[in-house]
Design a protein. Structure first.
Length: 182
């Protein structure tokens, strides 16, 4: 074989590999799980933007996303986001019609009624599906003005105990003795 034939084959092989790579869905290229969007069984790295109906900021570390099919995802940020609170307004950057882990968003600070200034830039984490009960617990744990006891825990986090009476033990035969019928 001559050099021209080898170069031609190498070019054909490269073109075939490139075509195969381009036909792989974008979610597979991003490391997205193979599970269909209808089965939220584990953490997801991206959510399609059109499916998100609302978001709720719980604190400087947790943002909840709710989708059209009422699936609830908690996004625990990799780091505490300065100036992010329940009343914050945020601006998400949307690329390719979705929001992904690792994407950055900007917190907007209200400098006056209807006037916002850019503040901290923060990074999103993975989207972890949670139940409504888990959302209620997470919301209660992140409330800023929750009822606290002297030890700093909310009533919802408290472990409750009740007094019980131990059953009265009947004495058995002493070791080495056998029970005698009466």
């Amino acid at each position: 074989m001559n050099k021209a034939t080898n170069i031609g084959r190498a070019g054909t092989t490269c073109a075939a590999l490139l075509a195969a790579a381009l036909t792989v869905p974008g979610s597979a290229q991003q490391g997205e799980e193979a599970a269909p969007p209808d089965s939220p069984t584990g953490p997801r790295s991206c959510l399609p933007h059109p499916t998100i109906t609302r978001t709720k900021i719980l604190n400087g570390r947790n943002i909840v996303f709710v989708t059209r099919d009422n699936t609830i995802y908690n996004n625990e940020l990799p780091k505490q986001c300065p100036s992010l609170s329940r009343r914050s307004l945020v601006n998400y950057g949307i690329q390719n019609g979705r929001i992904c882990a690792g994407d950055r968003f900007q917190v907007l600070w209200e400098s006056g009624p209807g006037h916002y200034q850019p503040a901290a830039m923060c990074q999103l984490g993975n989207f972890v599906p949670i139940t409504e009960t888990e959302l209620d617990d997470l919301t209660a744990m992140t409330e800023e003005n929750r009822d606290r006891s002297k030890r700093g825990r909310s009533k919802r986090e408290a472990v409750t105990t009740e007094p019980v009476e131990a059953p009265v033990a009947t004495p058995g035969p002493a070791p080495g003795e056998t029970a005698r019928p009466q």
